[in-house]
Design a protein around this ligand. Structure first.
Ligand code: EPZ
Length: 421
């Protein structure tokens, strides 16, 4: 297993380019299943999870190839596919559950492995299944698989209110409703930019969707959709990770290609922590001016502070001149980075959903263990600031969501390298 080695203490200076959003690319690839033909998805990051989704569509009988010209994927979907997502693929990437809605909507049946939990929580999909049932699907759970069928041959529009705001739940059902008969009204929907991007992609395929970006989606089903031709939005979490790194003392970084509107909650917190953040041509510039100031943050669904940025911000606040509180309301176990940060000298106390971070003047490099995607990113950020050497192990977690992060940080002056196991 590869490790990433960081020699900390070097302020970051320069410009870094953001890749396409993993969490917009994955639903877009799944959406290709809604229409026969040749699809083009551009600005797709080259990540482990994207390769897994491509392998999954390949398993179903689609042809998926990386195309250099638009740094994306070309996907050929046949008239008939094997509507299955096997455990071997789903267990490595929960987002594979996104094929469920498209398969049952287009072919009237799907057999998708139940995604296991993961490090950050149980991650149930009850809302996905309740909503598809409301659309007329018959759902059976056995042997760890979801067997979904549309008894009437086609799903039927309905009105459904989610019990919780779920990103992939909203996306799964939005895709299914696009081909259902009649009107569907979905309430308490997720409003993340990635949901809005999927809705835009579906509309370009011929879907009739209103309300994207609000918590109520209205969809008028159509008989058939045309192939996707879509450019994925920039990755706001990758961008946010670089903004946090650029807020470290003495750093001055331009994060190019991100959209300021997607990052407002994070930027507010970085400014409260004393960083200067401003819009520049094509992105955002962040300057870290001395020790951060403590801030309190509470994660919540968009447009609130993103749970996917909680770990990274915590790494910065470990250096603040005071105590910060971070409350994680979205997932039940998203503090795995805490014990690793403590190994680096951080003073953090966790009480249920809240972590209290008492800032220290400096962190010290140490061997640490990545546990999930964003916790790994937090350890890289901490390593950049720490005195001495940090060795992050199990970086396969990192590679799921960051396209060669060491190759992006090194030009900023970071002393960072990957060591092949
Ligand atoms: C998406 O996961 C993202 N993944 C996650 O990013 C992100 O952390 C999460 O949204 C929250 O923003 C992708 O988009 C591929 P949820 P998702 O359904 O859709 C509960 C990363 O780092 N819930 O919005 O799985 C659930 O347990 C990943 O890139 C139910 O109870 O998250 C959680 O507490 C990590 N029943 C809350 O809702 C359901 O049926 C939000 O989960 C579905 C969800």
């Amino acid at each position: 297993m590869d490790t990433i080695v960081v020699e900390g203490g070097v302020p970051l200076r320069g410009t870094v380019q953001v890749s396409g959003a993993k969490n917009a690319a994955l639903p877009a690839v799944a959406a290709a299943l809604l229409a026969e033909g040749d699809h083009r998805v551009a600005n797709v990051p080259d990540l482990a999870d994207v390769r897994t989704m491509a392998r999954l569509l390949g398993h179903m009988g689609c042809a998926v190839e990386r195309s250099g010209d638009h740094h994306g994927l070309s996907i050929r979907v046949p008239a008939a596919v094997t509507p299955e997502a096997p455990y071997e693929l789903v267990k490595t990437m929960r987002a594979a559950v996104l094929v469920l809605g498209p398969l049952v909507a287009r072919w009237g049946r799907a057999r998708v492995s139940l995604p296991g939990g993961c490090a950050i929580g149980a991650r149930p999909i009850d809302q996905h299944l309740k909503a598809l049932t409301a659309l007329g699907a018959r759902i059976e759970l056995e042997h760890g698989y979801v067997d979904a069928t549309a008894p009437a041959g086609r799903l039927r529009g309905t009105t459904f209110t989610f019990d919780v705001q779920t990103v992939t739940g909203t996306e799964n059902v939005l895709m299914a409703a696009a081909l259902a008969e009649g009107r569907t009204v979905l309430r308490n929907c997720a409003r993340e930019p990635e949901v809005v991007d999927l809705a835009a992609a579906l509309v370009r395929m011929g879907a009739r969707i209103e309300g994207a970006g609000t918590d109520e989606l209205r969809i008028d089903g159509v008989e058939r959709l045309r192939p996707l031709d879509h450019v994925v939005i920039p990755d706001r979490i990758e961008a946010g990770t670089f903004l946090v790194a650029g807020a470290l003392p003495g750093s001055d970084v331009v994060v190019r290609g991100c959209r300021a509107a997607d990052l407002e909650a994070l930027v507010e917190k970085l400014r409260a922590a004393g960083a200067t953040v401003g819009e520049v041509e094509g992105g955002l510039r962040v300057v870290g001016d001395g020790r951060p100031r403590p801030v309190d943050v509470r994660t919540s669904p968009h447009p609130g502070f993103p749970t996917d940025m909680q770990a990274q911000l915590m790494a910065l606040l470990c250096l603040a001149d005071g105590s910060s509180t971070l409350t994680e309301t979205v997932f039940e176990n998203r503090f795995m980075h805490v014990q690793e940060l403590r190994r680096m000298g951080a003073e953090i106390a966790v009480d249920g959903k809240t972590a209290v971070v008492k800032g220290v003047p400096a962190l010290s490099g140490a061997p640490v263990m990545a546990s999930d995607l964003r916790a790994s990113a937090a350890l890289i950020v901490a390593g950049l600031a720490a005195r001495g050497t940090t060795v992050v192990q199990r970086v396969y977690h990192l590679d799921r969501g960051y396209e060669r992060i060491e190759a992006k940080l090194a030009p900023l002056g970071a002393r960072i390298r990957r060591e092949k196991a």
